[in-house]
Design a protein around this ligand. Structure first.
Ligand code: ATP
Ligand code: MG
Length: 483
């Protein structure tokens, strides 16, 4: 099949469903020109099937949607967004967005344009990239005809992101488009054309007029791509990273002393994120990978005996997580706690594997990681980016040992969701104590004894143990042994 025929074939298949016939008839009956545009059309050619379809009419998008919904009958669900002049019709798993063709003009301090009715071509011109500005006519007479005034199809073939309008204008008008550009480059594995790239560099500072929610939305899409490092490198090269995420930027660089350098923690982090992305679709595990070494710059010291050290970077890093999440408008709930925990514990399995793997150390790790132990192990393995094959092999085989031990001990001692068999209240009642340091000390002594394996993990043993500990401190049971 010739290229042209292939293209016609793809369009034919993508608009085959009866709902498009209904759209066609509706538009014709209203006397509107009507086109599918944007991501849906782009993705036809990239063979990425999608159920979100943007439709532009030269007329009222709302009226079009209302008329169509009526025609489709019971199965259709209509939502109208008067303020935006758009309307959505949900039908049989499809989400159709209708909007009137528009032309836009911007003011310097806002990414919200003044919108006026426009022609199809004006509408295509104000879109972010030529590959997102392709339109396919849905009116009966020209059904399936591709309208491509800015050569988007050629750019799709070349896999390049180019702006229909001068890039300087596109990115300055709505700086969110810079994030979208990096996001599409990452998701689609496209290049950014030189003019666009330069314009992003020039306008990077203008990202400040965009709300953090929108920025992080794009950032998370980059994080969820198959190879997030593509986007993270582009954010760095364009200067956007400096604006939105300076802590990450600070990981960059290598310092040498006496001929000894440390690794570049930025590129190491990117590699860990890519490694994790191969293993898991969990956005928050990917975030843990992104932040696992975030405190290394602050914790870097030179030691004449051992060279560069980063003591406590895991603890300091975990402490930085809430501040970073807050600024980036990420959730401050259990997702954040999970990331914090993984950042804090990310050294533990490695340290464990380098040492003799004792039951007691494994129990402690299980206790602290709880249900996140598997994710922690995944993160730790992803963290091994050494180029030394022998070193790598040793790590992996030690890790196998740790994993096996984790399994054995969990089966034996059930530490994973471990709750202390006695709590502070028990201790207060037993010895007639008020809440305070003494109670806390007794409680953690019991915890340590269980995790060390010196007493079994049950209530009877814990009561006996805490009674003898208390006796050493001169405390007597006041509850007549009722506990
Ligand atoms: P996906 O849905 O896969 O993220 P998409 O291309 O469909 O990709 P949407 O955000 O759904 O992206 O937007 C639909 C279309 O609207 C885009 O293809 C583009 O033409 C246009 N568009 C969206 N946001 C902007 C923007 N900030 N500036 C210019 N055009 C935009
Ligand atoms: Mg879309």
């Amino acid at each position: 099949m010739s290229k042209m025929n292939q293209m016609i074939d793809k369009i034919g298949k993508a608009f085959d469903s009866p709902v498009f016939t209904m759209i066609s008839e509706t538009a014709d009956s209203l006397g509107y020109e009507c086109y599918a545009v944007g991501g849906y059309v782009r993705d036809i050619f990239l063979c990425r099937p999608s159920c979100d379809i943007d439709v532009v009419v030269v007329g009222s998008g709302i009226r079009m949607a209302e008329t169509l919904a009526k025609r489709l009958g019971k199965g259709a669900c209509l939502s109208v967004f008067k303020n935006f002049g758009t309307a959505q019709v949900k039908y049989k798993g499809l989400e159709l967005e209708f909007v009137g063709a528009r032309r836009e003009s911007y003011q310097r301090d806002s990414r919200k344009p003044i919108v006026e009715d426009g022609t199809l071509e004006e509408d295509q011109y104000r879109r972010d990239f030529t590959v997102n500005a392709l339109a396919v006519c849905l009116n009966k007479e020209r059904f399936g005809v591709l309208v491509d005034p800015f050569d988007g199809l050629a750019d799709l073939e070349d896999r390049v992101l180019r702006t229909p309008a001068p890039s300087e204008v596109t990115f300055s008008d709505d700086p969110l488009r810079m994030m979208r550009c990096v996001r599409f480059a990452t998701q689609l594995n496209f290049n950014i054309d030189d003019e666009a790239f330069e314009a992003i560099k020039t306008n990077a500072k203008r990202i400040e007029i965009v709300s953090m929610e929108r920025i992080i939305d794009e950032f998370n899409k980059i994080m969820m791509a198959r190879t997030p490092s593509i986007g993270l490198v582009l954010l760095d090269e364009t200067g956007l990273l400096d604006e939105i995420f300076p802590e990450l930027k600070r990981l960059q660089g290598v310092e040498s002393r006496n001929g000894r350098g440390h690794k570049d923690n930025f590129y190491h982090t990117l590699q860990v994120v890519d490694n994790i992305a191969k293993e898991s679709d969990n956005l928050w595990l990917r975030w843990a990978a992104l932040l696992h070494d975030i405190a290394k710059p602050q914790c870097k010291r030179w030691d004449n005996m051992v060279g560069w050290t980063f003591h406590n970077h895991n603890f300091i890093g975990a402490k930085m997580v809430p501040g970073i999440f807050k600024r980036l408008k990420l959730p401050l709930n259990e997702k954040m706690k999970y990331v914090q925990k993984l950042v804090e514990l990310h050294m533990r399995p490695i340290v464990l594997s380098e040492d003799k793997v004792t039951d007691s150390a494994v129990r402690r790790l299980l206790f602290e990681a709880g249900d996140d132990i598997d994710d922690l192990m995944t993160l730790c393995e992803a963290d091994i980016t050494s180029r030394n094959a022998e070193r790598k092999r040793r790590f992996y085989s030690n890790f196998e040992l740790v994993r096996q031990k984790l399994k054995d001990i969990e089966a034996k001692d059930h530490i994973r969701n471990f709750k202390l068999p006695i709590d502070g209240n028990d201790i207060m009642q037993m010895f007639g104590l008020q809440q305070g340091r003494e109670v806390g000390e007794l409680r953690s002594a019991v915890k340590d004894a269980i995790l060390d394996g010196s007493i079994p993990n049950n209530r009877e043993a814990a009561l006996e143990y805490v009674t003898s500990l208390a006796a050493d401190k001169g405390l007597k049971r006041v509850d007549n042994g009722k506990q």
